[in-house]
Design a protein around this ligand. Structure first.
Ligand code: XMP
Length: 510
């Protein structure tokens, strides 16, 4: 399922380690990130497939953390090795150079003097501005090393030992470093790897992976209408045909029209999805539950029960999931290992479902999944669709979730959607939705006083949901939404707009 050759990035805990893998893939070479701790216990995985190794940055001093053995393993592997920041200092230390407190610790944009425009700095001008973040530095190069660059705080800011071991003090993976991609691409040249990797090339491999994993068994696939579960399901359906049973659990918490929209889109892709209407069951279990985390865990538990029952009914032993690479990395799993913490999009799926997981996308980033979707012919409408959280509107109704509150929220949410789409803003926004707050307020309708709900509108811009900023929606649009909502939904008397960024707020209210 994974390409036969790749560049391994060893993660020493640096905040940019993940970006190194991203950049290498952007350059057309497959790359995986692996925690240093897992190499310390299990050694280098798939030794024959590794064609280059990058040692990432890290928060500690090379004198505090003992990673020498890992650096030695990398060096002895015989493939080209590049150390970045902490990795650079680690190589410097292990190879016999002098590493210690920098005469001038450097943080942020830093000028570097290029002493030799060769090796990993091939084609570089005499001076470049790069991103640094370090207290320690390589003060003297290791024996036999050529110093390629220096800066005020890094006497050996880059070195080359024999055209196979390299170090750079700065972070080429960070956008603020000039010529960062060029540096990484020079390193790729030393590995001899062709830059022809594209996620779309792997579709047939992914199909075979599912086929081999499931054998002649049966699998269920829980679809939500999101891009990850759709792509995973389309791939699994190519592999298993009728032995794949896609299922959509209608927990009664979906926005208005969502289930119908999703089913229509998926049937257009040839997926015959079974819809299980379990609204009653979910709402019963949610009765009197006010705490947001408890809501999530109730929904996760019931979702798991429904999935398990469905699997038993159709005789399935496998569950296809749209877990993607950031989920795998965040759960601290080791690429290649099969026992990862169960990830799902609901918020608390039970650990032991009694089903074996099949996760064709577990090595892909979100934008790569979008690329797979494009190659698979998944309609653009689905690719650009705003995410809906697994627990649906339950996390957008403050306090207890009731049928009545859901009915009110759906009507408001529909107005928000309609208007944002009518104004042509939907594709500029990460998410746009309404929240039914606990607050009640006074209003006036006709000639009489009214007392009703306060709803909040939330619209954010984001690239990955890790951070977000409130969208500057046109005032006229907001005013129009408020007037439609209070006019068309009698239970609501006030509309407010949420102007909080993430952090400190989250995107959802609960
Ligand atoms: P927050 O609210 O944490 O949300 O800023 C970040 C993104 O994740 C979505 N979200 C969820 N998705 N299950 C999901 O599948 C959940 O429990 C959940 N909670 C939040 C949210 O809509 C946003 O896109």
């Amino acid at each position: 399922m994974r390409p036969s050759q790749y560049i391994l990035v060893i993660d020493f805990g640096g905040q940019y380690a993940h970006l190194i893998t991203r950049r290498i893939r952007e350059l057309g070479v497959y790359s995986e990130l692996l925690a240093a701790s897992s190499i310390a216990t299990s050694g280098l995985p798939d030794r024959d497939r590794i064609k280059g190794i990058i040692l990432s940055g890290g928060p500690k001093s090379v004198w505090e953390a003992d990673h020498d053995a890992i650096a030695k393993l990398a060096i002895e592997s015989g493939v080209p090795v590049l150390g970045i920041c902490y990795g650079h200092q680690l190589l410097g230390k292990v190879l016999g150079g002098q590493v210690g407190r920098s005469p001038r610790p450097e943080f942020g944009p830093t000028m570097v003097e290029v002493l030799s425009s060769s090796s990993i700095l091939r084609g570089f001008p005499k001076r470049i501005k790069v991103w640094m973040s370090h207290y320690d530095a390589v003060l003297e190069p290791p024996p036999g090393a050529k110093t390629l660059a220096r800066s005020g705080g890094s006497p050996v800011a880059a070195f080359d030992v024999g055209g196979t071991i390299f170090g750079v003090q700065w972070h080429p993976e960070v956008e603020h470093s000039e010529l960062g991609l060029e540096l990484l691409s020079n390193f790729i040249e030393f590995t001899g790897l062709a830059r022809d990797w594209k996620p779309g090339n792997l579709i047939e491999d992914l199909v075979s992976y599912v086929r081999e994993k499931v054998g002649d068994g049966t699998a269920i696939a829980a679809v939500s209408g999101g891009i990850d579960s759709t792509v995973a399901t389309v791939i699994a359906s190519r592999a298993l045909g009728g032995r794949l049973k896609p299922v959509l659990i209608d927990h009664g918490l979906h926005p208005s029209g969502e289930v119908e929209r999703v089913i229509k889109l998926l049937s257009g892709l040839g997926l015959n999805v079974v819809v299980l209407n379990e609204e009653e069951r979910f709402l019963d279990e949610l009765r009197s539950v006010e705490d947001p985390e408890e809501k999530r865990s109730v929904i996760g538990r019931v979702y798991g029960e429904v999935l398990k029952e469905f699997a038993e009914r159709v005789g399935a032993e496998f569950l296809v999931q749209g877990t993607i690479y950031p989920d795998v990395i965040e759960s601290g799993a080791r690429p290649g290992a099969d026992t990862i913490k169960t990830h799902h999009n609901v918020g608390g799926l039970p650990e032991d479902l009694g089903l074996e997981l099949v996760e064709p996308l577990r090595y892909f980033y979100k934008d790569e999944v979008r690329e797979l979707a494009r190659v698979l012919g998944i309609p653009r409408e689905l690719v650009v669709k705003q995410p809906v959280p697994g627990p649906g509107l339950a996390v957008r109704v403050e306090g207890e979730v009731t049928r009545e509150k859901l009915r009110i929220l759906r009507r408001v949410d529909e107005i928000v959607r309609d208007e944002v789409e009518a104004w042509g803003l939907s594709e500029k926004l990460w998410q746009y939705f309404a929240v039914l707050t606990r607050s009640r307020a006074t209003g006036v309708r006709g000639d009489s006083r009214s007392y009703g709900y306060v709803v909040a509108i939330r619209a954010v811009e984001s690239s990955d949901a890790m951070t977000a900023r409130p969208a500057r929606l046109p005032w006229d649009l907001l005013e129009y939404i408020a007037s439609r909502v209070t006019g068309e939904v009698p239970e609501v008397v006030r509309v407010v707009y949420d102007v909080t960024s993430k952090p400190p707020a989250t995107i959802e209210w609960e």
